[in-house]
Design a protein around this ligand. Structure first.
Ligand SMILES: [Zn+2]
Ligand SMILES: [Zn+2]
Length: 261
């Protein structure tokens, strides 16, 4: 059977997009970088647009949806999300070309869909978008969970992390860098709030509570350029996951390494 493959095309406020698939086909989680960059970065990893079966959108902030209309309308790749997020996408004034109805597919939180050999389950996360979904992808006995842009954990996140062999989890800011950094007070409160983003220490606490021996790979995502450093995020989570877990920080603006599980 085909091994599961993963690489990140971008992670953070300048655009988020992840490929999860096998040698033949796969899905994208978010399409927050330009369509041309997506095409180019996929190609550099040996994946063509025709191999993308679907895009699953976490939420309707622009850094997650920039290319959804190009992929949905022009490439005819179905775009899945909750109805609230799909509506939010077309209400986002930054998105000039709207996502046509024919490209929209609804998956409500706690529903699952089967796409090729992949079973994708959506679950709710707390964030200040129209709605926000994490995704759990099951493929040939492996469980891969993606959780980004959340202010605080919930029971679903804990449950799915406990089931995960592979996990992408946000580690947005270092608490001290955020508090002493250049952001205006209101923005600091938003980022640190329950509907904002996860700080390194919060991420560490979640991992400490929920990760199990099953966890083989941990990818830290959506690091803030202003308020975090990869070494601080890595330092915070050290010792919170099993010794055998390989930990990576996903690059902000470049394609990541290519992983096979
Ligand atoms: Zn984001
Ligand atoms: Zn967001």
């Amino acid at each position: 059977m085909d091994k599961l493959r993963f690489f990140s095309l971008g992670s953070g406020s300048s655009g988020n997009c992840y490929y999860i698939g096998n040698a033949k086909r796969g899905i994208l989680i978010d399409a927050g970088i330009g369509a041309r960059s997506i095409k180019k970065r996929l190609k550099s990893a040996g994946v063509s647009m025709e191999q993308i079966l679907a895009v699953f959108v976490t939420h309707d902030h622009f850094d997650h949806i920039k290319a959804v209309s190009a992929l949905g309308n022009k490439e005819h790749i179905p775009v899945y999300s909750t109805q609230k997020i799909l509506d939010g996408i077309n209400n986002n004034i930054k998105l000039r070309e709207k996502l046509e109805i024919s490209a929209q597919r609804t998956i409500e939180n706690l529903q699952s869909v089967q796409i090729g050999d992949f079973t994708i389950t959506s679950f709710p996360l707390s964030h200040d978008a129209s709605d926000n979904s994490g995704y759990k992808i099951d493929y040939q006995g492996l469980t891969f969970t993606v959780a980004t842009d959340l202010g605080c954990p919930n029971e679903y996140l804990h449950e799915y992390i406990a089931q995960s062999d592979i996990l992408i989890l946000e580690a947005n800011y270092d608490e001290i860098m955020l508090q002493t950094g250049p952001y205006p007070e209101k923005l600091k409160q938003r980022v640190a709030g329950d509907c904002g983003h996860l700080g390194n220490q919060q991420t560490a606490d979640i991992l400490m509570k929920s990760s199990t021996d099953k966890l083989k790979y941990l990818f830290l995502c959506h690091l803030s350029q202003q308020n975090n450093k990869p070494e601080l995020a890595l330092d915070a989570v050290k010792g919170t996951v099993p010794k055998h877990t390989l930990i990576n920080v996903l690059p902000r603006t470049d394609i990541s390494e290519f992983f096979e599980f």
